[in-house]
Design a protein around this ligand. Structure first.
Ligand SMILES: Cc1ncc(COP(=O)(O)O)c(C=O)c1O
Length: 412
């Protein structure tokens, strides 16, 4: 008799569901598909030679620590470098305020594990990063979306949500945010908003989870000060990552926060993985020293800016006038809003896939059933020629859709 695995899964795993995005990545991986779906860094931008040379040096010439288990909280050298970086950005962060993680996704998982109780509401942006919401949900948390405008989450909506949940006897304790070039909308929360949100957090005793993988990839102007650098009350936990600015393959990120929190996270991490990849940590350390990483980030910003421009220009040229989109100042994502008389973005995606173009429909990013007429477009992976070609194909499709809608409205 074959095993019925559903009967074996622990009760707490009932909240663990696969990501819709991951499930349809298999489709988008076909070589003929131009994919705006994945939020992956551009393969062409990986510093292969630097990585190869550094790895060879680390393995052959440095001590054997790079091949050995390491401390759960991460190597001292890397934490020291990260602490310097955080201090440079205005955060009061010492080595003991840091734990190295297996990418920021592990940070989200560990934080959910130690901060989220089943049934607990967690404030998130609307729309929000799917991986953040999945982590919260997998421990039974309930993401509650806070509406955003071009300046970030709207403080009055946040306050209303807190009051409503508190009246229901479920006061929220956490707010999860991606303040720079947000995934999925590309929106950057303004400095004024950050101050207002910190003020709300202080008045209602919320902790802010600040997830910032895209901040260094800024194509115009500067990013506003981070929440952690503005905070005077130890109520911000910050997640950083080497995935988008170096390579995701090393799976190295970090969490910065108050010491009691970092100690608890370190204990939880002991059972998760004993320690993050020591080889990956040494590589990140090696490439951060002597300014290599900083120079690489400057170059990356130039290259991604060109891709962003190609996507935005093509959308302006090929998309029907009623289709709206923002112009992100950094990161990987353009958020598109279709008119609500169009078919849903899920249906548009089905039609686009038939023409070998992929994007992500908006529903998966919503905690409240929204996003039906929205979609996330990532310009990070395809080359500039494919970006223009893919948007042109979609533009033609959308013009057909628009014409069909007009005929229908005219009663034909
Ligand atoms: C907002 C956000 N947070 C976290 C992650 C996870 O990144 P990492 O590779 O550091 O685990 C991603 C990856 O796409 C992301 O977009």
């Amino acid at each position: 008799m074959s095993v019925k695995w559903d009967n074996y899964f622990a009760e707490r795993t009932k909240h663990i569901t696969g990501s819709q995005i991951r499930q349809f990545f298999a489709l988008t991986e076909r070589p003929e598909v131009i994919s705006f779906a994945g939020g992956f860094p551009g393969n062409d931008f990986f510093p292969r030679e630097h990585v190869a040379r550094a790895l060879s040096r680390i393995v052959m010439e440095e001590s054997s620590q790079a091949l050995q288990y390491g401390p759960t909280e991460g190597s001292y050298d890397l934490r020291e470098l990260v602490a310097e970086r955080m201090q440079h950005e205005g955060a009061a962060c010492g080595v003991d305020n840091l734990v190295i993680t297996d990418g920021s996704q592990q940070g989200l998982d560990l934080l959910s594990r130690i901060l989220v109780d089943p049934g607990q509401p967690v404030l998130v942006e609307e729309p929000a990063y799917i991986g953040g919401m999945s982590a919260i949900k997998s421990y039974g948390g309930v993401p509650c979306g806070i509406e955003m405008d071009g300046d970030g989450p709207i403080p009055s909506k946040m306050e209303q949500a807190i009051i409503k949940l508190t009246d229901q006897g479920r006061p929220p304790k956490l707010f999860y945010t991606v303040p720079n070039f947000q995934n999925p909308t590309g929106i950057t929360t303004s400095l004024q908003r950050r101050r207002q949100i910190l003020d709300i957090a202080s008045r209602y005793n919320l902790v802010i989870l600040e997830d910032n993988p895209y901040g260094p990839l800024c194509y115009e102007g500067e990013v506003p000060s981070s929440y952690i650098s503005l905070d005077l009350e130890d109520r911000v936990i910050y997640l950083g990552s080497y995935s988008k600015v170096l390579i995701p393959g090393i799976r190295i990120g970090w969490m910065a926060g108050p010491k009691p929190l970092i100690e608890k996270i370190t204990m939880a991490k002991q059972t998760a993985d004993l320690c993050s990849s020591t080889l990956g940590q040494q590589l990140a350390t090696f490439l951060s020293r002597n300014g290599y990483l900083d120079r690489h980030i400057v170059r990356l910003a130039e290259l991604y800016r060109e891709k962003r421009n190609a996507m935005v220009e093509a959308m302006k040229f090929y998309f029907p006038a009623g289709v709206r989109f923002n112009i992100p100042r950094g990161g990987f994502f353009v958020w598109v809003e279709f008119p609500d008389y169009y078919p849903t973005s899920r249906e548009l995606l089905d039609r686009a896939l038939k023409q070998n173009v992929a994007f992500v429909h908006g529903e998966g990013f919503s905690s409240n059933g929204g996003g039906r007429y929205c979609a996330r477009f990532s310009f990070s992976q395809p080359d500039i020629e494919d970006i223009t070609r893919g948007i042109k194909v979609l533009g033609e499709l959308l013009h057909e859709v628009e014409a069909g809608c007009t005929l229908k409205a005219a009663g034909h």
